[in-house]
Design a protein around this ligand. Structure first.
Ligand SMILES: [Zn+2]
Ligand SMILES: [Zn+2]
Ligand SMILES: [Zn+2]
Ligand SMILES: [Zn+2]
Ligand SMILES: [Zn+2]
Length: 572
């Protein structure tokens, strides 16, 4: 295989481009990238604000809304109804291409004039749902992101077809889950990770087809086990009752014990099944999907993330959300029947679209924002097919002869994603801060912008340490009180300092006998995703046979990691 080593324009570390990469770039008619894969992901994330939301009136109808756009950030925000209505026309913002200025400068200007929809998602499919973003088909949900087809879901992200769960991440087809991550088709699963087809599970990891298990790891089709030891039904139930899981102190101590116990057992080098020639983490049913994260039913993809609805084929550097897509390069928040997209943010249904944002059911667009059902437009200006094709050729050439240069001196020619300094968001409002956390100083040093927290004057009525230890001692009036987060805003976790318990939430804790949380929803999110393996891959050797493996478990982590064959021989 022919491999070329390049130096990243951004972080200056070397990265490699191989034969199949060159084949892809040739097919897309783009030059090879100048940023390394990790910096490219961070750059896309700088445009993705999932959970920093503001109260602000719609700039067209005046209705109160929640929006991703800070009122002081220079972006016009419309409510969903107005944005999708005929009461405004994005074509009226069209501008002539100016060959005396770089493309990205002109695009940034256009994007700042065209109104944005307050949130991402099909708002008409959200019933009785608040504080949510990047969703579709929700009912009675609160504080939920990047999720679809859910009911009575509180505090979570990446949840599909699930009901009555609280504080969860990456959950599918599950009912009654609490503080769990990556669980599929489960019922009543608490404080657990990577479980499937299981019910009544506590503090467990990597279970399949199990029920009534507590503190277990790597079990298949087992019942009534405590720390992998089998009990009779009666003894199991007696022990569980003695554990007093309604107590916060008890839960904290079992969480610690479980994590220590899990360390005695092997983990598979990659979380996922039925893959051919694939690398990454959380990959399923995929073929030739490499260096990707949370991908199902992918084919010939590399550096992709959050593509869980089939099928996605021939895609590189594509973050969220898929469904019948092909030939996608450098895109975020795009999907549903799209083909040949280069440099896209929130592009849904359409083909041959480049460097555009928030465009729907359109074809042949270049540098457009907020268009629906259009074709042959450049910077929101309408052209004929012939004019369009001629001008696009000239512009792509111009992007190379006059690239955009940012204030750190980084060059953005044709084929690069949008420069982060034109993002609508500050770095610490975006997913970049979650996956690549930086201090304020580092953020500014690297040429991103930073937003100071607005002064918060909460009157905290209850300190977290003064909450009752057992849920059985919690009174109904707790829902009217402001509780102080244990982290007091001193962490790097977008801590909101104070939080409330909603009555729907209290009902869940009471019915499931789960003690009250001590942290605000954002801090809880950050603790939960510590159980999620990172996006990075390391080389390591199988702890059993010594074979070299590529895994998201860093070599200095304490877990035992096996190759596929050794893991299957011992566990599956
Ligand atoms: Zn880099
Ligand atoms: Zn409106
Ligand atoms: Zn907090
Ligand atoms: Zn925190
Ligand atoms: Zn092995």
């Amino acid at each position: 295989m022919d491999i070329q080593t390049k130096t990243c324009q951004n972080c200056k570390t070397p990265f490699q481009i191989d034969d199949s990469d060159f084949t892809f770039y040739k097919k897309m008619k783009v030059p090879p990238p100048t940023w390394c894969p990790e910096c490219r992901l961070q750059r896309r994330f700088a445009f993705r604000n999932e959970r920093t939301l503001y109260k602000r009136p719609c700039a067209l109808c005046g209705k109160d809304t929640l929006t991703m756009y800070d009122p002081d950030g220079g972006i016009t925000s419309y409510c969903g109804e107005c944005w999708w209505s005929d009461n405004w026309d994005p074509i009226l913002y069209g501008q002539e291409y100016d060959f005396s200025r770089p493309f990205f400068e002109q695009f940034s200007e256009l994007m700042r004039k065209v109104p944005h929809q307050n949130l991402i998602g099909i708002f008409s499919t959200w019933k009785n749902t608040e504080y949510a973003n990047m969703n579709h088909e929700l009912k009675n949900c609160y504080w939920l992101f990047n999720s679809d087809y859910d009911e009575n879901l509180l505090y979570g992200e990446e949840i599909e077809h699930s009901k009555e769960c609280v504080d969860v991440t990456m959950i599918e087809g599950t009912q009654l889950a609490y503080e769990s991550l990556n669980c599929i088709k489960c019922y009543q699963v608490y404080y657990s990770v990577n479980c499937e087809n299981s019910h009544d599970i506590w503090f467990s990891k990597n279970l399949s087809g199990c029920s009534n298990c507590f503190g277990c790891m790597n079990l298949r089709n087992q019942q009534y086990c405590i720390f992998n030891e089998k009990f009779s039904k009666e003894d199991y139930q007696k022990k569980i009752a003695e554990y007093k899981l309604d107590s916060y102190t008890a839960v904290q101590s079992f969480k610690k014990k479980a994590v220590e116990f899990w360390l005695k057992f092997p983990n598979k080098y990659l979380t996922g099944i039925r893959n051919v020639n694939s690398t990454g983490e959380y990959i399923n049913n995929s073929k030739n999907v490499r260096n990707s994260y949370i991908v199902t039913d992918g084919q010939d993809c590399r550096y992709c993330m959050w593509l869980i609805t089939k099928t996605n084929k021939d895609c590189y550097d594509y973050t969220q959300f898929g469904e019948n897509t092909q030939r996608i390069y450098e895109a975020y928040g795009c999907g549903l029947n799209i083909d040949n997209v280069i440099g896209g943010v929130s592009i849904v249904e359409g083909r041959s679209i480049q460097y555009s944002m928030h465009c729907f059911s359109s074809n042949n667009l270049f540098g457009c924002a907020g268009l629906h059902g259009k074709e042959y437009c450049i910077l929101n200006k309408q052209y004929t097919k012939e004019e369009y094709e001629e001008l696009v050729l000239k512009i792509t050439g111009h992007m190379n002869t006059m690239p955009y240069i940012d204030k750190k001196g980084r060059k953005y020619s044709y084929g690069e994603f949008f420069p982060p300094e034109i993002s609508q968001f500050a770095y610490n409002e975006t997913s970049a801060q979650e996956f690549f956390p930086l201090t304020k100083e580092e953020t500014l040093e690297q040429g991103y912008s930073w937003k100071e927290d607005k002064e918060r004057n909460y009157k905290i009525a209850v300190k977290s340490e003064d909450l009752p230890d057992s849920i059985l001692d919690v009174k109904e009036d707790i829902t009217s009180q402001i509780i102080g987060c244990e982290h007091k805003g001193e962490c790097k976790e977008q801590c909101t300092i104070a939080f409330r318990i909603t009555s729907q939430e209290l009902q869940f804790y009471k019915s499931q006998k789960i003690p009250l949380p001590r942290l605000c929803p954002n801090c809880r999110h950050y603790q939960r995703v510590k159980n999620r393996n990172p996006i990075k891959l390391y080389s390591r050797n199988c702890a059993k046979c010594g074979k070299e493996i590529e895994t998201s478990y860093a070599p200095d982590r304490p877990e035992i990691v096996y190759c596929e064959q050794c893991y299957n021989a011992e566990v599956a």
